[in-house]
Every structure is written in C-alpha cells, then in structure tokens.
Design a protein around this ligand. Sequence first.
Ligand code: ZN
Length: 141
Amino acid sequence: MQNRSFYNEILTEHNIRPEFKHDLENPDIVLEGVNPSCGDDVWLKLKLDGDTIVDGAFVGDGCAISQASADIMLGMIVGKSKDEALRLGEIFMKMIQGEATDEEIDSLEEASALKDIAHMPARVKCAVLGWRTLKEAIGDK
Ligand code: ZN
C-alpha cells in the first residue's frame, strides 16, 4: 500500500501536466458533464473505431479532483473497448462508494489514487464526474 502523499502526488501531477486535457478534432462523441455543487465542468471527447475507444480528450474547468480524475480516466480507457471502459467505470464507482475489494482497487491503477474520496462525501461528485459522463456517452441508453 502506498501512503497518502504518494496519492496526492499523482493528483497534483495530473493537474499540473494533464496528458488528455486538450481539444480533439473530429470526435465521434462529445458530451458535457456538469457537477453544479462544485462548479466542475467537463467536455468529454472520444473517437471510436467500432467498439474501441481509439482516442480521447477533455476540456473544462473545475476543482483539482474533477480534472485529475478525468485525466486519469482517459489514460485508462483510450485503446480499450467500450465494454472494458464501462467495467472500469463500475469498479471506480464501487471504490468511491467504499465497496471495492483491494484487488479491484489495484486494477484501477492510477485511479486508485482517488480511493480516499470514499471518506469525503462532498467530493464524491467531483471524482466521479468524468466516469459518469463516460457512462452517459458510451453506455446503453
Ligand atoms: Zn469539484
């Protein structure tokens, strides 16, 4: 188990140098996710080839947790199938609700940096904003 400052470092790094926070030309899917309780705003943009997410990015504004979480999420889902991405999202939701096993949390790689959010109810909507928007964008309606 890594310590808390290690997790904070991951979040800080994704805020200072987000890899996926930029515009994306000709996306197949564009969806805005909003968390009014904090003022977080994320525009998720995805390129699909069949069922595979071949590229993705986001633009938006908001608190450090919402923006870092979206950046981490994109790093995990680009190159994956829609089903795999949705499954990761389900595990992430479980973790945020404090219901994931250690094994499931480990499978979330960098996103596991957000597991302490389970103890911060006010920040839950920030942490799940990107994932919730993803589910709306590619999940079964
Ligand atoms: Zn927020």
